[in-house]
Design a protein around this ligand. Sequence first.
Ligand code: FES
Length: 436
Amino acid sequence: MTNSERRISRQRSFLPLPGEAQPDWKIICDVAKRMGFGDAFDFKSPSEIFAEHAALSAFENNGTRDFDIGEFENISEEAFDRLEPFQWPRRAGSVSSPRMFGDGRFFTSDKKALFLTTGAEDVPRITNAFPMTLNSGRIRDHWHTLTRTGKSQRLSQHYGEPFAEIHPEDAARHNIKDADLVRVSTGSAFIIVRALVSARQRLGSIFVPMHWTDQFASKARVDTLVPAIVDPVSGQPASKNIAVRVERFVAEAFGFAVLSQKPKRIDAEYWALAKCNGGWRVELGFATSRGNWSTLAAELFGEPPNAETIAFHDRQSGRYRFACYRDEALLGALFLAPDPVAVSRDWAVGQLTAPHARAAVRFRLIAGRPGAGATDKGATVCSCFGVGANEIATAARRGCGTVAAIGETLQAGMSCGSCRAEIRAILDAQNLEAAE
Ligand code: FES
């Protein structure tokens, strides 16, 4: 793999290949052999392919092309297995340089850099009908389309569903409240995601992450909103500058479920599925309320044999709750409400692996809250150590005033560090509260 600072890293597999899967290089070599190119594709291992790639980069190069990793053209299998990350170019006999063109010599005839204007004009994109600019991108814990990170319950703890981050003033203008569902649309497509109202977002813009595909959410593929327009020079699509309309998705009912098994089908206008400890968690939104929610509950729980379901309905508030057990184990719990479900997600997920022998524990689950003495650690902030927002706030109230002090007490922020900004924000909010 090569990253954007030209660092080439050897990626090592950490799981055995599933089923009859083959590595990509092997599949390509096999196809090439069937096509009659056996001699040219007679590689025995990835190290032989890497060595040929390195030799090719140096072939008739003599400093005329920037990509040259000729240093590795005779790399052995053992050396390839031990290969440490390095930055190209790495000409034979040279060492990597962290800075390209550090000597001021470029690949032009007089070695001087040329600045070119592209002539591209700034095209006004937003209109009265589509007044917001959509910026799509990635969030800290996820990889591309969740093909890797979607399998990790720890990485799905931080954000369990797709969202649109929107500035409070824009949200107020569009009658959107935090945790509402929102419909983000262009002239030809729309998605439904959760609203995340935040002053971090710039006025007039919204941010939607790119990770959620149809495997993990009902309608959250942000790529469907990107118009078929590319930059005439770079060929890049305008995936960070899309004119959209944002409006509240009017849901008559909301739901949240924890399930020991992945559901086969989810019958809801909005759903988002995430791996969690002991199973799956599902966020739900329904355009219309239903007379009989028990059908949905049975479908989500998978109608397991020898299971027992208990149900609760508060007619006045319109809340429903279902829990399905087999012996002491919770197979699933479903919480439904006319407004966004306020159950603590981390606590509910924890119930999938907790024993449920006692009736009191089962009733507490149906009540949708931890019992006296049980703590709710809040939404996960530090995925590396599984530390929640409530735990950080409590530590702050007890005197941990800095990110470092939180790290010493709870470990949060002490590994990859990507949660430190959020820890800082919680500390700032606590300081503000204390000052008021
Ligand atoms: S998320 Fe990695 S240290 Fe907190």
